[in-house]
Design a protein around this ligand. Sequence first.
Ligand SMILES: [Fe+2]
Ligand SMILES: [Fe+2]
Length: 170
Amino acid sequence: MSNYAARGRTPPHAIMGDDPPSIVLIKEEHQLFRELFDRVEAAEGDALIALAGEIGARLLIHMKIEEDILYPALKEAIGVEEVDEGIVEHQVAGALILDIAGMTGREELFKSKVHVLGEETMHHIDEEDSKLFEPRQGGMEAGQDRSRGPRPATARAPRGALRSPRFHGA
Ligand SMILES: [Fe+2]
Ligand SMILES: [Fe+2]
């Protein structure tokens, strides 16, 4: 049985002291997905159907927020191709979620589809944590405590999407 949640407690998946508040929220949700997919591994019948429903609804919202708010700004810092690959992975996951949502849960392939959604999602969020949301690759100084909100505008470097006010609740 997999233990995705354990992986989430180590860097770069763990919340770091200098993560902007928006990335903290995303990483908290990533950890929730790890815990939910750990439960999927052992779930059968109605429990699996309920878990699949909760995961699908949460993932659709999570992906929508990333695409509307985080991804556009990250293109500046990380690069268009890396972010576009994330968007395509969202599209693949979204199609699988809708496929699963259209099932009764009693079909032969239902369990396998939920498990594959888990494998794909774990790969995707691991990449987000280590590449897209890793501020030390995107131009944010390591060791800077951002937990109390935005820095003064004058302290922001001109480049690096993670420095944008939108990442600090402004
Ligand atoms: Fe994502
Ligand atoms: Fe994500």
